[in-house]
Design a protein around this ligand. Structure first.
Ligand code: HEC
Length: 285
């Protein structure tokens, strides 16, 4: 129950990194259900005025002023263009006549909440983005760049058809699945970069805090709104784009988009969000 201990300590400020690091390396067993419980408890007890389903709105769940701005822009959402494009792409057959829908359960409609999943054949975590490129390649098409543009448009549409559906991430009874979960968890809590921050330093210890003009999103529900339109990017970005940007922010070298470790992190974070609704695509300042 290493994570439970860690979360108990998370109210310490960033000025006490040694406590976090020491706890991080304590050896013990992997217990996703116990982690889940402690994680949920930590966020709901710390933010008693945030309704559980609202955590999926990232920074807006933490800041009333920001939320007001968001509700205003959401009348004309900046992701609309990508959403329309994604829908058209999704419904356009490949050169061989097959479609994206043919690669997915329920023809790919309303399935976002089941990703990522652990693929017992390949022994790896498969995210929605990776599944989309596998689908393209299986049908003789070139894979898309994972960070933005076409991939963001496709995942925007698939998220949209799943809005309100609840994360349902499974960890099959397979030691490799548990190992992937644990690697993801460990990556999330490990400090890195010149600034020596872990993902958790910002998204577990400081949600609602400010980083320059930005309000930090809570780790609970943190991938539910992906992909997002961000004014700072001047366009859409996928989960990969967000992960690599967050690594760069602490001057750490980002991994390759959809690197196995990033997929493990997404697996961990999505499992922690089980039961929370998909809210993507999102818009951020
Ligand atoms: C130095 C602080 C910092 C660290 C460390 C950090 N992030 Fe972030 N992260 C941000 C900021 C700032 C944003 C944009 C505002 C927001 O949504 O929180 C963000 C946004 C996100 C979002 C999108 C949330 C949303 O609703 O828009 C995800 C997902 C995310 N980070 C994941 C990660 C992961 C995974 C790591 C570790 C690899 C990480 N972050 C490390 C600061 C950080």
């Amino acid at each position: 129950m290493r994570r439970a201990v860690l979360l108990g300590l998370a109210m310490f400020t960033l000025a006490a990194p040694q406590i976090l690091t020491a706890t991080c390396h304590a050896a013990d067993s992997i217990n996703p259900q116990a982690d889940f419980k402690a994680f949920r408890k930590y966020f709901t007890e710390r933010f008693t005025n945030v309704p559980l389903n609202d955590f999926v709105n990232g920074p807006y769940s933490m800041d009333a002023g920001l939320r007001k701005q968001w509700l205003e822009i959401d009348a004309f959402p900046p992701y609309q263009f990508a959403l329309d494009k994604g829908k058209e792409m999704f419904n356009t057959p490949f050169k061989n006549g097959k479609t994206y829908g043919d690669c997915f359960p329920n023809k790919g409609i309303g399935v976002r909440q089941d990703y990522p999943y652990f693929d017992t054949k390949s022994g790896e975590v498969i995210t929605l983005d990776v599944a989309l490129n596998q689908c393209r390649e299986a049908n003789g098409e070139k894979p898309f760049d994972y960070s933005k543009d076409d991939m963001a448009a496709l995942t925007a549409y698939m998220a949209y058809t799943s809005r309100g559906k609840r994360f349902d991430i499974k960890i099959p009874d397979d030691p490799r699945a548990l190992a992937a979960y644990e690697k993801g968890e460990e990556y999330f809590y490990t400090r890195r970069g010149q600034l020596n921050f872990s993902c958790a330093s910002c998204h577990v210890q400081n949600p609602g805090g400010h980083l320059r003009t930005e309000v930090l999103a809570p780790a609970l529900g943190i991938v539910a709104a992906m992909p997002i339109y961000r004014s700072e990017w001047g366009g859409m970005g996928t989960i990969s784009r967000r992960f690599t940007s967050c690594n760069s922010q602490v001057r750490a070298t980002p991994l390759k988009p959809e690197d196995e470790l990033y997929r493990d992190v997404e697996y961990y974070l999505s499992y922690m969000s089980n039961g929370l609704p998909i809210s993507g695509p999102g818009a951020r300042p």
